[in-house]
Design a protein around this ligand. Sequence first.
Ligand code: PLP
Length: 378
Amino acid sequence: MLQRQPTRPTFGWDNLSGLRPAGLPAVDDLPHQRLLTSGRAALFAAMKALGVQAGDGVLAPSYHCPTLVAPLRAAGARVQFYPLGPDGLPRLEAIRPAPGTKALVVAQLFGLPRSLAAQRAWCDAHGIALVEDCAHSFFGQAGERPVGQWGDLATASLSKFFPVAEGGLLASARPLPAQALRPAGARAQLKAWVDLLERGSQQGRLAGLNTPLRALFRLKNGPPRAPSAAAPQDMTEADMLADCDLGRSEQAPPALTGRLLGLPRGRIVARRRAHYQALFDGTQGLAGARALLGTLPAQAAPYVMPLWVDQPEPVYAALRAAGCAVFRWDRVWPGVPEFPDDHGARWRRHVLQLLCHQDLDDAMLSRTCDVLTDALKT
Ligand SMILES: Cc1ncc(COP(=O)(O)O)c(C=O)c1O
């Protein structure tokens, strides 16, 4: 069966070595924090912390993955979408917030965080809270401030940066209002360890234990299953909400999540940067494709290398067929309007997000570049 490249970090022994500090600011530098089960749980908690009630307005980007919008809707918000400029930030001049708008959610996309000085000033002028969604940007300097420090609240998705099965973070410079969370039970605690060992052994990251663990998990799970089919494009809002699985939004994460946040961080940042560079170099000069946002900024730990492709369909299909670690945000929440000159709408089709997490290896990155080179030749 096709060996798929991992789309998120996986625990291996090498995670234990290297420099402890990241060498970059991080969202968990903020003094007030709450650990949750996912980035979507953190966005849901942000809505609760802001007192968003049924019918209150929340502004969200036209370019998104459904897990950004679902928690806002689950909290009862009326979501008003806004268009993006060429930098991936809200086109503020195009936003007319409806009365009763409580928050502007801005995603620090791709792990290439940017200054939100203009968004901060706009929110202050309108009396609207700024939620800085750092799901893609756990580390980095966002212009004049560290990432996460523009928002009244910052949210993060830990499974994109650390080898945790589940984890999210809500953080702020100011104390967070209390939120009742169901404790993670014994089953969830055990499952977190089992997931860690299962994924680590499947990907050959636990030298000395891989073979016996794989045999054990095969006994438990039966033969490997083919990956499930991609979700259909034309889902209703109810289908989207169900697909985003918000069931554990008000549950505390397992203790293992907190422990894995303490892993050395130098390797995470260094390898992500090297992987961005490898993907950048490997796609330079390909006709019909270009790195969307150019060279890697000095103070970033990228989530993906966003690649603009002129004729994306055959290229995306080839990457997926080859099992490469790639996403495209082509599933749009029902009701997103068509704005004039919205870069978000173009990116939904043309931007391929090539993952650069730390637990990919050189062979995987070369494979991705080779598949791209072949697909763009034909
Ligand atoms: C920008 C953004 N926000 C929020 C989320 C939700 O994060 P999680 O998958 O941890 O729930 C994602 C997930 O892909 C995301 O890309």
